[in-house]
Design a protein around this ligand. Sequence first.
Ligand code: 5GP
Length: 115
Amino acid sequence: MVPTLFSKIIEGKLPADIVYRDDLVTAFRDINPAAPVHILIVPNKIIPTVNDLTEEDEQLAGRMLLVARKLAEVEGVAESGYRLIINCNRHAGQEIYHLHLHLIGGRPLGPMVLR
Ligand code: 5GP
């Protein structure tokens, strides 16, 4: 696999504000936050998009969601609310082809999708 921006962050080759790390995922603050809380939860192994997930990634996919839940609590947005987003390919505006779950909160987020 060709290294990605995020795999370089996970390997410590690029700086980032890492807030969580375990055997399957790493979470760090988005460099260009869309809200007061904006964290990216990223698999430690390179998976380009949701389309590339397999049955073998079931535990990883679940872990991403559970880590998001935990971080929402730690960041103090669990009660006020937050949004979890995964962009896939160009219509969704995916920029980095290393799967990541956005945890966004800390203010009212408005409508889910532009109409
Ligand atoms: P996507 O559009 O692929 O779903 O989201 C990519 C996200 O990565 C964007 O929110 C963008 O701000 C963030 N990002 C891009 N480059 C960097 C970086 O070097 N460091 C961090 N922490 N986030 C980045």
